[in-house]
Design a protein around this ligand. Sequence first.
Ligand code: SF4
Ligand code: SF4
Length: 218
Amino acid sequence: MIVTEQKAFTEIVGYLNPYKRLFIVGCGSCATAWHTGGETEVREMAGKLQDMGKIITGWVVVEEPCDERKTKRELQRAHAAEVAEAEALLVMACGAGTGTVAMAIPDKPIYPALNSLYLARLERLTRTDERCVLCGECVLAWTGGICPLATCPKGLLNGPCGGYKDGHCEVDQSKECAWVAIYQRMKNLDSLEMLETIHPPKDFSKMTHPRRVDKTPA
Ligand code: SF4
Ligand code: SF4
């Protein structure tokens, strides 16, 4: 899941100041699950903007706005007339969803209503934690499925920094040291010998932006 938060309403209103007629796009996937851009939040946003005198020409919660096919289907076809009436679009989705809407509707200004925070495990409906920073070269095979890049503030790949205390991270003592968690996991799996290998520096060029993968159709 991509974890998002809603921007302060004052920031959103600042972007939308020059426009009277708006179309709102929500996300039926992560932002719905995290209650930042699902139907409930889109309706609330529409109501607040209407209270300020804005005209909402329409809204839609796209199943996955980061999927260009679904976004185009909704915005260029099903809701084309409502989008055409709008001067600008407000998108309640992550940056990938917002960027996809921008590419699907190139002739209108697009504004984000959310901040994208991180890629997470959904622990329960009110709690997530960061699990992956999309490094392009996954190391989970030798860390017991726990990502040191996402869970250690220093992103260390060959064991702890030595600053941990009582199993807790020196950067944030409310958190368990990532490498203590990795050690315990490997111990439980009876695979501690895997931690004896020193791994070479990571190829961070795989995180150089922009990244793009074009798959050859099967
Ligand atoms: S090593 Fe961590 S950041 Fe890289 S792909 Fe695996 S889980 Fe994601
Ligand atoms: S104490 Fe552990 S989690 Fe914290 S920075 Fe050091 S190695 Fe990383």
